[in-house]
Ligand binder design. Structure first.
Ligand code: GLY
Length: 384
């Protein structure tokens, strides 16, 4: 780390440290929590892919969701219709149909949603065979007394609810990327499935390290989008009544150990919504977010009166403090990224991340749609 970077990282830490201290005071004293002013302007925000993919149509996720909200549709219904575009678009290899599969070659999907005014939530994890897991998550919220269904149970539920179940959600692209990953991780055993090594504890650790390393290698070679390694879309919106909802959907970590579930379907981790205070959702390394239930923390910070950017930065700081040494660089900085998309009750919003720019300096963005139309806005980085 250069002296300049070291100094700015230090001052940021000092600043965040003071911010955390103030937050802790607010949490421990007996002052009433601030009432949040209400927005009268609808707005939809999402991860950057929500203003990128159109699945061959004319609208992006945030544009469709905003249009539907302003036409008077239910906010959650509108957001789910928005993320369906990205789930169905095979070009986004981190969400829904055509998502990069797990280590066995199966596309397994995670999603959850929260309806602020109705105080309903639903999620599915490790779901196979349904292109739009967000719709199944919404059906769990609308039709059951449960909040999370997983694996075969989630698929059985989807089948009973009339969703089409497909044998394989791979596209030719995701299948080819998978075969390339298999060739690199296991050259001696590939392609004979009968010769796969039995995974003991050591080989699982080695497998995970190698898998991430190979994924980064393939991203550097342009074979996969580096943003699709963990991928995901989170989308949050508010209407003119101040009704707030959110949804998150993903194919999860590329080539994960089968059965791995990330943060996306977990309430408080991949998404949290309070109709009184705001919504937050996340993309990036799910394990980091799961350990801290950081979307819940962001909304708690909104409840204490923080603005969306500071609320997100506090959660990032917490994740950093709770990161294992093996995941920190020699400068003590996280070797992974986590992003939060934060929407306040007053309609203000922010996108924050450890790294707001990529290694080669490209600005990372989140998506917004309001009365000024759809656009990308810059993600603010805690570190860079
Ligand atoms: N954030 C998506 C995942 O880790 O699965």
């Amino acid at each position: 780390m250069s002296a300049k970077n070291s100094k700015s990282a230090m001052s940021r830490r000092t600043f965040i440290g003071i911010g955390s201290a103030i937050g802790a005071m607010a949490a421990s004293d007996s002052r009433p929590l601030l009432a949040q002013p209400r927005s009268s302007q609808p707005v939809v925000i999402s991860s950057g892919n929500g203003f990128l993919y159109r699945n061959g149509g004319s609208e992006t996720c945030v544009e469709r969701a905003y249009r539907m909200i302003t036409e008077g549709n239910d906010v959650l219904e509108s957001l789910v219709a928005g993320v369906n575009i990205v789930e169905l678009d095979p070009e986004d290899t981190s969400v829904g149909f055509g998502g990069l599969p797990d280590a066995s070659g199966n596309v397994t999907l995670d999603s959850c949603c929260m309806h602020g005014p109705l105080k309903r939530a639903g999620g599915v994890a490790a779901l196979q065979g349904v292109r739009t897991p967000s719709n199944v998550a919404k059906a769990v919220a609308d039709l059951t007394d449960h909040h999370l269904l997983v694996a075969e149970g989630a698929q059985d539920f989807a089948r009973q609810m009339g969703f089409q179940i497909e044998d394989d959600l791979n596209t030719e692209r995701s299948r080819q990327r998978y075969l390339e990953w298999r060739r690199r991780i296991d050259p001696s055993h590939y392609p004979d499935p009968n010769r796969q090594a039995k995974l003991n504890q050591e080989s699982i650790k080695k497998f995970t390290r190698n898998s991430i390393k190979i994924a980064h290698e393939m991203a550097n070679e342009g074979l996969i989008d580096p943003e699709h390694l963990y991928g995901t879309i989170n989308c949050n919106g508010i209407n003119s009544n101040g009704d707030i909802c959110g949804v998150t959907t993903t194919s999860g970590l590329a080539w994960k150990i089968p059965g791995r579930v990330g943060d996306s379907p977990i309430l408080g981790a991949g998404l949290y919504v309070s109709n009184d205070h705001g919504a937050a959702g996340s993309t990036g390394r799910g394990e980091a977010n799961l350990y801290n239930l950081a979307s819940f923390l962001v909304v708690e910070e909104l409840r204490r009166g923080a603005d969306p950017k500071d609320a997100g930065m506090t959660a990032l700081q917490r994740i950093w403090e709770n990161t294992e040494t093996r995941l920190l660089s020699e400068n003590g900085e996280p070797t992974f990224n986590v992003n939060f998309y934060v929407l306040g009750k007053d309609g203000r919003h922010a996108g924050v991340a450890f790294y707001g720019t990529s290694n080669n300096g490209d600005q990372r963005n989140y998506a917004v749609c309001d009365e000024n139309g759809g656009r990308h806005e810059a993600i603010e980085g805690l570190i860079r």
